[in-house]
Design a protein around this ligand. Structure first.
Ligand code: AMP
Length: 368
């Protein structure tokens, strides 16, 4: 069985690492010569929109998936479908997640609470959005935003006009600022056969829009139930196949959907060591029509992202129980270059160790 993956980043690399024990082979498509998946699997280099490469990939593989959602829906539809290969997750879910306005409309249609928002395409629409949604807020590009890119916090009307200029001539969305108590995400898989498997909730801490820390299992059973209910609606709506993640703000015990990702997710990296089956393996099982694996936690996990550069390995590996994942990327400010995971017997021990690690890896990042 060969899985074609559009995008050869760290998510693709971890998919391949999870797939080899199952006897699955991989072919990646990525424009970057140094794509992280290239260290562990063959990569064809070319544009994500290249018609010939997409057609070739679809001809070579049983199934096509993606590790990055800012790829062209049109190119996938036109050149990769109609072949033997199935495309999973469904292109409709990818299209909805690519545009923050479609995503908000979807949440509303499915009865999933989300932030108040307005689409902004002109100064007059911006003025109306500020009046109707109120201040403070966030002005975000509708498309292509990730890791805090393409979004600015708005405190005053002047801020909003400056941000409108700075974000450029692209469709925007203005949404209310949520003074959240914490952020959580839920990750689940749905297989070709309609079977589902849902992981325990992850508690996430971001800094400058980038995920820094995830702890799991997280939060009371009522949050888990609410998040799983919202996730199930999305899975059902798309007759989804693969792993889906939905991120929420939590305010006064209420979950407010922020966004969804139709792929394996950074807040699920802890499942590699912290769960009976990782999100990567379950994504593969789901898209290949295999039975899904157990999502039972093996302890209390913490995942810390390594941003910018990977610290000396000796230093990290000297910490008992620490698992290091180095994506093999060149160092660059603000770039996710690796992560490390701890799995402990108790939440208290996990938190103590995570605090100690954060002091050196991400000073200033705190959690309660
Ligand atoms: P996003 O790209 O929308 O996931 O935003 C990245 C991070 O920025 C979120 O995980 C939050 O920490 C923060 N953020 C984004 N939108 C809002 C909002 N409306 N209110 C408060 N924080 C936000």
């Amino acid at each position: 069985m060969t899985v074609g993956v559009v995008g050869g980043g760290q998510l693709g690399r971890m998919l391949a690492l999870a797939g080899y024990p199952l006897g699955v082979d991989f072919l990646f498509l990525d424009p970057a010569r140094e794509a992280p998946a290239g260290r562990v699997a063959p990569v064809v280099h070319g544009a994500f929109t290249d018609p010939q490469l997409l057609e070739w990939l679809a001809g070579e593989c049983e199934v096509i998936t993606f590790d990055w959602e800012n790829i062209s829906v049109e190119a996938l539809r036109e050149h990769a479908s109609g072949h033997e290969a199935r495309i999973c997750p469904p292109i409709a879910a990818l299209a909805a997640a690519q545009d923050r306005v479609s995503e908000k409309r979807l949440f509303e249609r499915l009865g999933i609470p989300t932030t108040r928002w307005r689409a902004v395409g002109s100064v007059s629409q911006l003025e109306r959005a500020l009046t109707e949604v109120g201040l403070p807020g966030m002005l975000k590009t509708r498309r292509m935003g990730y890791d805090g890119k393409g979004q600015l916090r708005i405190r005053t009307r002047e801020d909003a006009h400056r941000a409108f200029e700075a974000l450029g001539d692209v469709p925007l969305i203005y949404e209310e600022w949520v003074p959240f108590d914490c952020e959580v995400s839920i990750i689940g898989a749905r297989s070709v056969r309609g079977e589902t498997a849902v992981y325990p909730l992850s508690g996430n801490v971001h800094a400058d829009g980038i995920l820094r820390l995830t702890r799991a299992p997280f939060g009371p059973a009522s949050w888990q139930r609410a998040a799983a209910r919202h996730l199930a609606r999305c899975l059902q709506h798309f007759r989804y196949v693969g792993v889906l993640a939905v991120e929420f703000f939590v305010r006064n015990g209420r979950l407010i959907a922020n966004e969804m990702a139709p792929r394996v997710h950074n807040s699920g990296h802890w499942t590699i060591e912290g769960s009976a089956t990782s999100q990567f393996e379950n994504h593969l099982r789901a898209i290949l029509g295999l039975p899904l694996g157990s999502t039972r936690s093996l302890g209390h996990s913490a995942m810390i992202n390594l941003i910018g550069e990977v610290p000396p390995r000796e230093q990290l590996l000297a910490i008992e129980g620490l698992h290091l994942h180095d994506y093999g990327k060149q160092p660059r400010t603000g770039r996710k270059v690796g992560h490390c995971t701890l799995v402990e017997d108790t939440a208290a021990k996990r938190d103590r160790l995570a605090r100690r690690l954060l002091k050196t890896l991400a000073p200033g990042v705190r959690f309660s």
